[in-house]
Design a protein around this ligand. Structure first.
Ligand code: NAP
Length: 313
């Protein structure tokens, strides 16, 4: 048990905050965890399941005397929440966030924070398609990356404290420039989500033509898209509106590649297709070798029939 902060305040009590609460408890990283969320319903649920040591009604109340404040709300409301809590922050406290976009969040949050409070923006590269106070679990960050994007000149001790907290939650921590973060994430997360949303939207349009066949015969490729496209609509709306430039840049490149593949199919250029698919297959191997996914067939999913048997036992 290594306590890093005496009091941690979680603003927003969804998947990421909930998982942080579980992971901090697992390792004894915080003396007290105080949480709050916008709706009475979420706060009540969090109280009922004992997600935090204390659940309070307002963000202003939650940050009082907190050594670390973690903003775990959608990217589009980070600025408003920072404005609300700013006058109540303890001098010397660290404020961080878990938003999926960094440059825009820094621009929205930093101007509100008083002198003497350290801002260390962060982003855990871990998540699921579930949301809300009951969706979190302690293992979410195990062996996943957390990227910290502090400005030059940020207090080293504040950065190191947050780094140790995330490492205690099981994560690997790296520091990165905010603009670089946004470009990397546009490639690895944001654009793939947009493509999944599009593909599922297209299939849904088609479903009206083919009756229910798209759902009934949904094979692995489409099914995997539907998991991603089931992600929280508010969160992802905000991600695209906040990481506009990088996402549009990558979408432009994506469209060019798509046209090239479309042309190869039309002209029967099997060599082009084969070479392309060989290159992409190697990327999957790299992800598995880096320990960022399983090499079990079908992502290690348990077949539905076996799940039923297990449940019956
Ligand atoms: P979530 O499960 O939907 O939870 C969001 C929380 O924010 C809820 O407690 C919600 O309160 C609260 N909230 C929403 N709007 C608010 C407002 N205007 N004022 C105050 N509180 C508000 O979301 P999440 O998945 O944990 O995501 C939180 C952040 O983590 C986002 O910035 C997201 O970009 C980032 N992130 C997400 C993932 C992922 O895969 N999900 C991964 C990495 C980073 P109510 O329940 O009362 O509405």
């Amino acid at each position: 048990m290594t306590r890093i902060y005496d009091r941690v305040a979680l603003i927003g009590l969804g998947l990421i905050a909930g998982s942080m609460a579980h992971a901090m408890r697992r390792a004894g990283l915080a003396g007290e965890i105080v949480g709050t969320a916008r709706s009475t319903e979420t706060r009540e649920t969090a109280r009922k399941i004992g997600l935090c040591d204390r659940v309070v009604d307002t963000a202003a109340e939650a940050v009082g005397d907190a050594d670390l404040v973690v903003l775990c709300v959608p990217v589009g409301v980070m600025g408003a929440v920072a404005r609300e809590v700013a006058p109540h922050l303890k001098p010397g406290a660290t404020v961080t966030d878990v938003g999926s976009v960094k440059r825009d969040v820094i621009a929205e949050v930093a101007p509100h924070l008083p002198e003497g409070v350290h801002f260390v923006p962060g982003h855990p590269l871990a998540g699921t398609e579930h949301s809300g106070p009951t969706s979190g679990f302690a293992e979410l960050f195990d062996n996943r990356y957390v990227l910290l994007t502090p400005d030059e000149g940020t207090d080293r001790a504040a950065i190191d404290g947050l780094r140790r907290l995330w490492e205690g939650c099981g994560a690997n921590v790296e520091e990165m420039d905010a603009d670089h973060h946004d470009l990397v994430l546009a490639v690895t997360s944001h654009t793939p989500h947009l493509i999944a949303y599009t593909m599922v939207g297209v299939a849904d349009d088609l479903r009206r033509v083919t009756d229910s066949e798209v759902i009934k015969y949904s094979a692995a490729g489409f099914r995997d898209f539907t998991r991603i496209a089931a992600s929280d609509p508010t969160m992802w709306r905000d991600v695209f509106l906040s990481n506009k430039d990088a996402t549009l840049e990558i979408l432009g490149r994506f469209t060019e590649e798509l046209f090239a593949l479309q042309r190869a199919i039309r002209t029967g250029d099997g060599e082009h297709l084969h070479a392309y698919f060989t290159r992409t297959r190697a990327i999957r191997r790299g992800i598995i070798e880096a320990g960022q996914d399983t090499d079990a067939p079908d992502f290690g999913r348990v077949p539905v029939a076996r799940r039923r048997e297990d449940a019956a036992e």
